[in-house]
Design a protein around this ligand. Structure first.
Ligand code: DGJ
Length: 721
């Protein structure tokens, strides 16, 4: 079979077909058109090894000599007993290639298995891979694992992945790649606060803007594993698979299983190059919020950290008016509005307006909010249930658990988490109950936005006594898909105790994520930097929280909080009526800046400088034509150095001249104008607050920054002259 070579935006994917297998011979830099004879690529055979060259197929198989983690694990149930067909020999039968995609079909005709592999290189160079396995035999096939893998070159010697917890999502960790398998397992039934949004393997020392990097993302909101494997023969792979429960997938004759999509990007200019490929892919989607004509990201005022469960219409309207005065465009009523919900122990599952709190329904609030010129948004948590709810009382059998019996008839429930359980959405009655109530809510009220929350792990998650995270995840996806189809104007946010469900699977049916419950600007600097390693800023909700952070107790100046929130989908989550005059004035200025620059922030190229000082960050967004940019210079800690020194502003056009000015804070309230911080700011800040230089100068030499106190930031704008 002839090799298949897909190329886009500086990336090549080369597939060859040795010994009847499909092998990714190269995924990386563009190879051009002059390729060697594939027969000459066969590797040597070392001593004390198999007598044939080992092929690393797109599904690595022991039948081709692979001794690492197998791509496919499973067996047929013959007379109810597993084992037969444990080692498949899938061999390619057909290759259907187009300019940007290929479908490869392989069979094991002795066993009765067919594998269909779909690989696509998107215009921005992002690779997408998924496999479908079909049982063509008579016996049922019990699937244990079907993985997607890509090979890595040997110079990819360092792994960076992300981890976290509630209020500290997406923090990076790095390690040298060694022999063995580095596995990140997610058994939360949801994506998980600790899930690695990005797994990057690169040349040693790869950085934001330097080094070669191969990076992947697994688009799935259920249990999963992501791994990097290095074998004794020196080969290495990057991969992922759905983590299936015992007996969770049994394919009857003719049935199929499809893996979630696996995305991979190559960059020869560090992590920013990887992010650019993901961002371009997001923005090319038809339903992407910045792509759909006329849809911009409104300034949000969310009620959670403002009033929590204390819902009183007069207070809420007063809060809305105060937000509108500052420039808010959307008012989101968070948890606490539905039947019986006075705290977090009751009400989940009954998606009807609480008639005691809201005797006339939500209409008076919605109309009041609309009259202030704002859209209305509402919080829901559709997959969950409190035992103290009508739905749990009426349908105890709709609650998931390890036992086939309902808890009211002797079955065991999983441990409670925030006093809540999970509705079995694989049960058609439960699914329709949720769909019908949400559908009615959206039909009867003028709701522009749903904050769709999900606040617990799916532990001991079973339906009819068998594990069901896979089906539950698909049922939740279907719920979102069908509600969106029925109410196409409604935008939906994926929230999961903050950022526990951030992945490209959920983002195919939602419009933004709540990256974290932590509104502390210092924590947010890291959370947002790494969430945006994959997601473009317009998909990452970012709110200015109270002066003293509710989740960390830290106190930050309003300028630091506002500058941090500007590099995302900007909002406020705070009783802004309590803000001081200076805070309100700065907030109003930040909101005006956000409105003025959101087109740039939500379409430009995200950049992160590489700085030697860990106490300092410099990040920004450069317009696609390179004519303007916004940067944030951020002191995240106290520095070892007396002065920041000149700091590069990356990503500008080297040949253009730029005027650089400070937008926030103004010199009147800037911390750096205090004599305690420094005697004198740099010359350009004294002489009219602007600096003029070429893009080459700004990237290579940099800009002299004022001394910044820890946990303070400067917002800079560069405009080509
Ligand atoms: C968890 C979310 O992440 C918060 O923002 C808030 O919506 C609460 N749930 C409400 O219960």
């Amino acid at each position: 079979m002839d090799p298949v070579h897909l190329r886009a935006a500086g990336t090549s994917l080369l597939l060859t077909f040795p010994a009847g297998e499909a092998e990714i011979t190269h995924f990386g830099a563009d190879l051009g058109t002059d390729l060697p004879d594939p027969d000459l690529l066969t590797p040597p055979i070392p001593n004390s090894a198999l007598d044939v060259p080992v092929v690393v197929g797109i599904i690595p198989q022991a039948s081709s000599g692979w001794q690492g983690r197998p791509g496919l694990r499973g067996s047929f149930l013959a007379g109810g007993r597993p084992g037969r067909g444990f080692s498949p020999a899938l061999r390619v039968e057909s290759v259907d290639a187009a300019a940007d995609a290929v479908v490869i079909t392989a069979h094991d005709s002795d066993l009765g298995l067919t594998l269909s592999s779909h690989l696509r290189v998107h215009p921005g160079g992002l690779l997408e891979v998924a496999h479908t396995l079909t049982n063509t035999a008579a016996d049922p096939y019990q699937l244990e694992e079907l993985a997607v893998v890509i090979p890595l070159p040997r110079r990819a010697g360092e792994v960076l992945d992300l981890t976290g917890r509630w209020c500290r999502e997406n923090h990076p960790q790095r390690a040298r790649l060694r022999q063995g398998t580095w596995v990140r397992s997610g058994r939360h039934g949801r994506t998980g606060h600790d899930s690695s949004l990005l797994t990057a393997v690169g040349t040693p020392g790869f950085a934001n803007r330097a080094g070669e990097v191969w990076a992947s993302h697994f688009a799935w909101s259920g249990n999963h594993e992501q791994f990097v494997e290095q074998l004794p023969d020196g080969r290495r792979l990057l991969g992922a698979s759905e983590l299936l429960g015992s007996g969770e997938i049994v394919l009857e004759s003719g049935q199929s299983y499809t893996t979630p999509a696996f995305f991979a990007a190559y960059s020869n200019r560090g992590l920013d190059g990887v992010s650019a490929r993901f961002h371009e892919w997001f923005r090319a989607r038809e339903h992407h919020v910045g792509t759909v004509a006329g849809r911009v990201r409104p300034v949000v005022l969310n009620t959670w950290e403002a009033v929590y469960f204390d819902h009183r219409i007069d207070e809420l309207l007063d809060l809305a008016a105060s937000g509108a005065e500052l420039g808010a465009e959307q008012f989101v009523l968070d948890d606490g509005w539905f039947a019986g919900r006075r705290n977090d122990t009751a009400g989940l599952g009954d998606w009807v307006v609480d008639s005691q709190l809201w005797p006339e329904g939500l209409t008076p609030l919605i109309e009041g909010v609309n009259a202030l010129g704002m859209e209305f948004g509402l919080w829901v948590e559709p997959e969950m249930v409190n035992l103290d709810s009508d739905v749990a009382r009426d349908h105890p059998d709709w609650i998931v658990g390890p036992d086939p019996a309902a808890h009211t008839t002797g079955g065991r429930l999983p441990l409670e988490w925030r006093s809540q359980h999970i509705l079995d959405l694989t049960n058609p009655g439960a699914w329709s109950h949720v769909f019908d109530q949400l559908d009615a809510l959206l039909a009867e009220n003028n709701i522009a936005y749903l904050k769709w929350d999900q606040n617990r792990d799916l532990s001991e998650h079973g339906s009819a006594g068998a594990p069901s995270v896979h089906e539950q995840t698909l049922a939740a996806y279907r719920l979102l898909d069908e509600l969106r189809a029925a109410h196409p104007g409604v935008e939906i946010e994926s929230c999961s105790s903050g950022g526990a469900r951030v992945d490209l699977g959920i983002l195919e049916r939602t419009d933004r994520v709540w990256a974290s419950d932590c509104n502390d600007a210092l924590e947010r600097q890291t959370i947002q930097r790494w969430t945006q390693a994959v997601l473009p800023p317009e998909l990452v909700g970012s709110h200015v929280g109270p002066t003293r952070s509710h989740t960390t107790g830290r106190v930050h100046d309003i300028s630091f909080r506002a500058i941090t929130a500007l590099f995302g989908h900007f909002g406020m989550e705070w009783d802004v009526r309590q803000a001081s005059a200076l805070e309100r004035e700065t907030l109003a200025r930040a909101i005006a800046l956000y409105k003025e620059h959101r087109a740039l922030l939500h379409s430009g190229i995200r950049v992160n400088a590489d700085l030697p000082d860990e106490a300092l960050r410099l990040h920004g967004v450069v317009s696609r034509d390179g004519r303007e940019a916004l940067f944030a210079a951020v002191a995240v800690a106290s520095s070892y150095a007396e002065m920041p020194g000149p700091v590069p502003l990356p990503g500008l056009d080297p040949d253009a001249s730029y005027r650089v000015e400070v937008l926030l804070p103004s010199s009147a309230d800037a911390d750096h104008s205090h004599a305690f911080t420094q005697i004198r700011p740099p010359a350009w800040l004294r002489d009219g607050d602007a600096f003029t230089a070429s893009g080459a100068w700004l990237e290579q030499v940099g800009l002299q920054l004022p001394v910044l106190n820890p946990e303070h930031a400067l917002l800079l704008r560069a405009v080509a002259l």
